[in-house]
Design a protein. Structure first.
Length: 119
């Protein structure tokens, strides 16, 4: 949407400058302004054609409500050799809860997600 709007704005500006050039091209008193506008027109980068993406629609089958406890993890751990990435991680995720997994690089975020996904 934004790319299409930017392209529309650019097209309007191009047309405005081209109209000025055509209108005053042969008028001696406006020659320097016309030359300036021609340079301005050359400097405007052409935004590539934006193609419309097809509309996507999703429908998910209605499923039964889960219990109060949606996900429980107890004493989760993972080590690579002597390096313990996760050690004794426990949590309970209840229905309606939101979860954010944050941490430094190498803290085990992806490892935890892979364990929860069953990989």
């Amino acid at each position: 949407m934004e790319a299409q709007a930017a392209q529309d704005r650019q097209d309007r500006e191009r047309k405005r400058v081209e109209k000025f050039i055509e209108r005053f091209r042969f008028k001696a008193s406006k020659a320097s302004q016309v030359q300036s506008r021609i340079k301005q027109l050359d400097k405007i980068e052409k935004i590539g054609q934006v193609r419309a993406l097809p509309k996507l629609s999703f429908s998910f089958p209605k499923c039964e409500s889960s219990g109060e406890v949606v996900l429980r993890g107890e004493n989760i751990g993972r080590a690579y050799g002597d390096h313990h990435v996760l050690k004794d991680v426990s949590f309970i995720l209840n229905r309606g809860d939101r979860l954010a997994i944050i941490g430094e690089n190498g803290a085990g975020k992806t490892t935890l997600m892979r364990i929860l996904a069953g990989e």
